[in-house]
Design a protein around this ligand. Sequence first.
Ligand code: FAD
Length: 320
Amino acid sequence: MRTILVVAEHRSGELRPVTLELIAGAQTLKQGADDQVVVAVIGAEADKFVPALSVEGVNEVVVVKTGSADFDPDFFESAVSGLIEARSPAVVMLPHTVDSLGYAATLASKGGHGFATDVFKLEYDGADLVATRGGYNQKVNVEVDFPGKSCVVVAVRANVYKPLEGSGSPAVSSFEAAAKASRSSNREYIELGGGNDVDITGVDFIVSIGRGIGEETNVEDFRELADTAGATLCCSRPIADAGWLPKSRQVGQSGKVVGNCKLYVAMGISGSIQHMAGMKHVPTIVAVNTDPGASIFTIAKYGIVGDIFEVHEELMNQLA
Ligand SMILES: Cc1cc2nc3c(=O)[nH]c(=O)nc-3n(C[C@H](O)[C@H](O)[C@H](O)COP(=O)(O)OP(=O)(O)OC[C@H]3O[C@@H](n4cnc5c(N)ncnc54)[C@H](O)[C@@H]3O)c2cc1C
């Protein structure tokens, strides 16, 4: 029997969607009928997440009560290393987020486990687990295996697996983690940039601009286009990093996943893996780019090889 342990992530009292994605991913690692998916939920109010975690494919939810309702790297490391010792999972799946960044490496190195971060594909090659991650600033895909490791810790990207829709009735148990003093405390959560801005995860039509717009003064033209078309203006990371649009408008791995979007018009965006992580699921993607080899065209339903300023002008004429 093989155990796949998924560590749930929650923030400000809400279960993070990536948890359900990882639960779906864990199903793909089951090889035998008695393989088990166990979900650990850690925190002072961890038990309140049990109903949300009672989904298809979960055999057991383990509640680990700690001294903090919020994420705490020391408590998480202590809880997960205790669970690894107690349950001997073959694979421990953590979301590849700022939380796991705070404890995953320590957890793996102290325990002598196999370890890979930023994983976007996981599968068994015979008896060997193989994790695929980006390398050389996402220019190549690297396959990592873990010879001789009985436990492998993987931090898996969001938006790789689609959550399962069915409900389940897992066993619920509790686990006592070794007491550990925390070296940090949480003061408050601050959403970066544009606190009162629109929530782009809920909108259904997006016009998104990338570095192809060239200069900040051009942003207003595309804002006007988005407003006229009834869309929400979003962007790739360089635009948010430059402060041309608030961080809350950034789509992608370190931005937002635009879960409800039905139509996404990408203007001057190359289609990096990190950008696509936030929008590749959108049913209708329209891409405008001067470079016919731009990666965005690999996922676009409709593509225009051309200049975004010409397309902008034509669209404004059509919409007038
Ligand atoms: C850990 C990490 C997390 C990241 N998270 C994110 C994230 O959340 N979101 C994100 O977007 N990026 C993210 N990135 C950055 C990402 O790797 C890319 O650098 C970024 O997405 C590139 O943005 P871009 O497509 O706008 O720019 P570029 O890659 O520079 O592409 C600009 C495109 O515009 C086209 N172009 C230029 N002029 C015109 C014109 N006049 N008309 C039409 N097309 C034109 C070019 O052909 C080019 O394809 C992250 C990177 C890392 C390492």
